[in-house]
Design a protein around this ligand. Structure first.
Ligand SMILES: C[S@@+](CC[C@H](N)C(=O)[O-])C[C@H]1O[C@@H](n2cnc3c(N)ncnc32)[C@H](O)[C@@H]1O
Length: 292
């Protein structure tokens, strides 16, 4: 009994002494975050180089801000760093509530290992909570779908941010309409686009519908992305060119270019993989205001 207690006490003491670096290393991260003490989380993506590309206002002093689909909180913390009076971050904590295509959902439900991996990845928003503690942040995270944003429930926000989410949604325009309903100032929307159709048809909206066994529905070109934003009742006041979201330290490493890789260039999905390996995920962004 005494030995068991001393083990318990020892374990508790050791856990209390675990450094931030150890705690961060024990978690799975979507975002590469800079934490105090020079600690960098091993993110699936490295969002940091995209900060200079996205038209988020340099200062947000006094603003009530919203980050949609926050995951580990990169953009919510960035808004707080820019002086926001308050930042609310929403996400779905349970991957089974993600709006995935039915075939992708079935595949996931049958693959216990992958489901467990995803649940672990998002479990209790552990990454967000550790980063919040380490950054001494006041960001408030709530479990809420973008579709359910409602001014009567959540109030309105001076600045709303939505990043890399629309492609995963069955109905991106409805999601943007819900975002508009809580936006009293401006919206910064930054999402994935398909590269080649964006370059080949810069003015003609087009989108590739996936909707089968992958976790995404729509791959719009840049013109279609902007059209979705306008269709949802926003005026675009600023737009960026195409930029790339690089993969991070925990993303599977790109293989060297092989003959098989060159063959992949013959299909849209294959081209997409090669672009991601070499550059990252193509994105574009807008700053928009609700139409009055
Ligand atoms: C690809 S990650 C993007 C993370 C972050 N917004 C960024 O730009 O780096 C998509 C995020 O949206 C969340 N998400 C998925 N469906 C959602 C929904 N219906 N409402 C709110 N968030 C959702 C996911 O859980 C995930 O955290």
């Amino acid at each position: 009994m005494g030995e068991a207690m001393s083990t318990t006490n020892g374990t508790t003491a050791a856990a209390a002494q675990a450094t931030l670096a150890e705690r961060a290393a024990a978690l799975s991260w979507y975002h590469t975050l800079d934490l105090p003490g020079g600690i960098e989380t091993a993110g699936h993506f490295d969002t940091r180089p995209t900060v200079a590309k996205v038209p988020l206002p340099a200062r947000l002093d006094g603003k009530r801000c919203l980050d949609v689909g926050t995951w580990d909180g990169f953009w919510a913390f960035e808004m707080e760093r820019r002086g926001a009076a308050s930042v609310t971050a929403i996400d779905l904590d349970d991957p089974s509530r993600w709006d995935w295509p039915p075939e992708a959902r079935l595949r996931l439900d049958r693959d216990a290992d992958r489901l467990a991996y995803l649940e672990q990845y998002k479990k209790d928003a552990a990454g967000f909570r550790l980063a919040k503690e380490a950054l001494d942040s006041k960001v408030e995270r709530i479990d809420c779908s973008v579709y359910d944003l409602d001014p009567a429930v959540h109030g309105t926000f001076d600045v709303v941010f939505l990043g890399s989410l629309l492609l995963h949604l069955r109905d991106p325009v409805s999601a943007l309409s819900a975002l508009r309903s809580v936006c009293s100032g401006e919206a910064i929307i930054a999402d994935t686009i398909e590269l080649l159709p964006s370059l080949l048809r810069p003015r003609t909206p087009s989108a590739r519908l996936e909707g089968l066994d992958q976790s995404w529905w729509w791959q719009p070109n840049a013109a279609a992305f902007r059209r979705m934003v306008r269709s949802a009742g926003f005026d675009i006041v600023e737009q960026t060119g195409i930029y790339f979201l690089p993969i991070g330290a925990s993303h599977p490493k790109p293989p060297v270019l092989s003959r098989a890789t060159w063959r992949e260039l013959l299909t849209a999905g294959g081209r997409e993989k090669v672009v991601i390996r070499l550059k990252g995920i193509p994105h574009t962004a807008v700053r928009a205001t609700p139409q009055r």
